[in-house]
Design a protein around this ligand. Structure first.
Ligand code: 13P
Ligand code: SF4
Length: 328
């Protein structure tokens, strides 16, 4: 969105967001990778699974989604009657970009005996071509419900897929996508940092490459890393995921030290997600004011994508089996 042309001088952006969220009956959802000032005013801050659950359950009329586009798309797929706005429509994701629907469709067609277990970081079209969606906090529970002899395509994150494959000793066909943020952590710099803080455990997101995961004391989704931060013994934690999550850690545990894992230049700034960073308070104000940019999804596509998302929401509770899930 071009907000250069919008003159906000004289506008009390925070007060206007407060006024508009009530007037619009809006809920503000934010991912842990959002800027602290956005996390602090959100009604709910969470990981991808929690945000999907909130989007499916809210009785608000408007969802202002402070995250990236595939997350706002997910909210619209699950709550089509609601207005879903995203502060900046350019907030994409390198994993989504790595997996064009036509190529994914051809890949599926080349492996008709495989089901597609797909990371939520993908387009609505790819969700519609998938059998079950997973997030990093639901993937393990869901994978364990799929019979051992069922062949699986896992996309688009090859690192999350590789991690699951190693942990559960399951061969999967991996789509070759990566998250540019987690890919940028440097093993050499991480080991230098660890040498400076030998007692500090390392918590890492499974989107990191194995060279980073091999050194981690805890591997999990953003909410799982946050829980680990709240319970680990010791006073310093090295965090190998997008560093804005440290805001929640510092709020919950002001006496402890949280250090973002470094990138190749030894400076963790390269691990800030450039897509998440596009959202600002000003853009949040404008999208609540104008109810634009708005997410719209063609109904047949939405219904097709909803099947694999509903399957995730059911299976994530661990109580529902594969049901009618089968290879296409
Ligand atoms: P989770 O919050 O589900 O761990 O996902 C991380 C992420 O990369 C979101 O884009
Ligand atoms: Fe996508 Fe990585 Fe940014 Fe998450 S952190 S939105 S996976 S690019």
């Amino acid at each position: 969105m071009n907000i250069q042309s919008t003159d906000l001088s004289g506008v009390d952006v925070l007060a206007e967001i407060e006024r508009l969220r009530k007037e619009r009956n809006a809920v503000i959802l934010a991912h842990y990778y959002q800027k602290p000032e956005i996390q602090d005013l959100a009604d709910f801050v969470g990981d991808s699974l929690q945000l999907s659950q909130q989007a499916a359950e809210t009785d608000a009329d408007v969802i202002a989604f402070c995250g990236v586009k595939f997350m706002a798309d997910t909210a619209k797929i699950l709550s089509p009657e609601k207005i879903v706005v995203l502060p900046d429509l350019e907030a994409g994701c390198s994993l989504e970009d790595s997996c064009p629907p036509e190529k994914f469709k051809a890949f599926r067609e080349a492996h008709p005996d495989h089901i597609a277990l797909t990371y939520i970081n993908c387009s609505t079209e790819v969700k519609a071509l998938s059998d079950v969606i997973v997030t990093s906090s639901s993937a393990e529970t869901i994978l364990q419900q799929i019979p051992k002899d069922q062949k699986i395509i896992f996309g688009p994150d090859r690192h999350l897929g590789g991690y699951l494959s190693r942990k559960f000793d399951r061969e999967m066909l991996l789509w070759p996508g990566v998250c540019i943020v987690h890919e940028a952590f440097s093993e050499t710099e991480l080991l230098k940092l660890k040498a400076q803080h030998p007692g500090a455990p390392i918590a890492a997101h499974p989107e990191c490459p194995p060279t980073i995961l091999d050194h981690a004391d805890h591997i999990g989704s953003t909410s799982s890393i946050l829980n680990f931060a709240k319970t680990f013994e010791g006073d310093t934690l090295i965090v190998a995921t997008e560093p804005h999550i440290i805001h929640q850690m510092e709020k919950a545990l002001p006496g402890k030290t949280f250090i973002g894992a470094p990138g190749a230049d030894g400076n963790c700034a390269c691990n800030i997600c450039p897509y998440m960073a596009l959202n600002t308070l000003e853009k949040l104000y404008i999208c609540l004011r104008d109810l634009e940019p708005r997410i719209e999804i063609e109904e047949n596509l939405r219904l097709a994508a909803k099947k694999s998302l509903d399957k995730m929401l059911d299976m994530a509770s661990g109580t529902v089996g594969m049901g009618d899930l089968g290879a296409r």
